[in-house]
Design a protein around this ligand. Structure first.
Ligand code: NAP
Length: 314
């Protein structure tokens, strides 16, 4: 399997990574088991995944710490792993975002300590703040890149206008934004800009938080305190339409002897706009399942057929 270059950097990743927001992300999900979290990371690395996508805000540093612990284990070689992390939330007031050069520089230094490493492969500005000119923020990251502390520069959750400002000097290597078979807004304006400027794209929520795995039926309901009961994708007619489209993936998945999540992940891996897809997991068995998507080579016909099944979500 050929690894994919991230932007114009020297970072190369496998097209399937691991989203690590449920590794120690206690502020995002209830009842997470940290030992299971570490096992998720180990399972990913043992099964051919080399990109781990984390962030300061996942457990306010805890996700980074747990990943750092696993990478210290004898079985793993940190230099064979691509660590992507992000920052923007101020530790003392996490509702506030900060993109100032001072904040970003400090955030990188602190992430290095938690991850127990001396370089980050990809560092993203996690969210835009309201005041820092974006080219100024990226210039600070460019200096960190020249100093060898980070190897590739990313932004996440920026508007196209903010991205253009950020990329004024051509320093942005990668963008991470929401994109999935049912959230396809990025296709119309963002993707052409990225292609024109040799910027890679990493979609988040590729499994629509589990909705694209085929485990829900039209009858599934969610408790009031379940975060999914508040997400529009899990409500009313939209939920029913999505479940119905996902059901139609079953025969295509069967023709590859694959599960639905494997097929969906293979669709992103064949999508020319996607550099790497980073599904999350709550159990090691989910990563072991998802990793097998690396062995599925979707035909152009099936790629198009899946695209068409979800055409109404474009
Ligand atoms: P996701 O990848 O769309 O869904 C992952 C969830 O689907 C898992 O936690 C698990 O949840 C379920 N799942 C995964 N594999 C499965 C399988 N084989 N069978 C059945 N269920 C399975 O959503 P996400 O993890 O929230 O997002 C992916 C990654 O994107 C994150 O981990 C994070 O790294 C990144 N992200 C970035 C941003 C940003 O602002 N840059 C925002 C959000 C996420 P259940 O078991 O609970 O169903």
């Amino acid at each position: 399997m050929t690894d994919v270059q991230i932007g114009k950097s020297q970072v190369y990743v496998r097209s399937l990574g691991l989203g690590a927001n449920a590794i120690g992300g206690h502020n995002l999900f209830p009842n997470l088991d940290e030992e299971e979290g570490k096992e998720i990371v180990r399972t990913a690395l043992r099964n051919g995944i080399n990109l781990i996508d984390t962030a300061y805000i996942y457990g306010e540093g805890r996700s980074e710490e747990l990943i750092g612990d696993v990478l210290q284990e004898e079985a793993f070689d940190r230099n064979q792993v691509i660590i992507a992390t992000k920052a923007a939330h101020r530790p003392e007031e996490p509702n506030k975002k900060d993109n100032s050069p001072e904040f970003l520089t400090q955030a990188v230094e602190e992430a290095l300590i938690r991850l127990k490493t001396n370089y980050l492969d990809i560092f993203y500005i996690h969210f835009p703040d309201e005041t820092t000119p974006k080219d100024e923020a990226i210039r600070a990251l460019h200096q960190l890149k020249e100093a060898g502390k980070i190897r590739a520069i990313g932004v996440s959750n920026f508007t196209l206008e903010q991205l253009k400002e950020a990329n004024a000097e051509g320093y942005v290597d990668v963008v991470e934004d929401e994109y999935s078979l049912i959230h396809r807004q990025a296709e119309s304006e963002l993707f052409p800009y990225l292609a024109e400027h040799s910027i890679s794209f990493v979609p988040y929520f590729p499994l629509a938080s589990g909705l694209l795995t085929g485990k829900y039926t039209q009858e599934t309901t969610f408790a009031k305190d379940d975060i999914r009961s508040k997400k529009p994708d899990f409500q009313g007619d939209r939920f029913k339409k999505i479940v119905s489209a996902v059901d139609q993936l079953q025969p295509i998945a069967a023709s590859y002897d694959a599960t639905i999540p494997q097929l969906v992940l293979a669709w992103y891996m064949k999508n020319p706009a996607v550099a790497a897809v980073i599904p999350g997991a709550k159990q090691a068995s989910q990563v072991a399942d998802n990793a097998q998507a690396l062995d599925i080579h979707l035909s152009a016909t099936d790629y198009q057929a899946i695209d068409q099944l979800f055409a109404e979500f474009k």
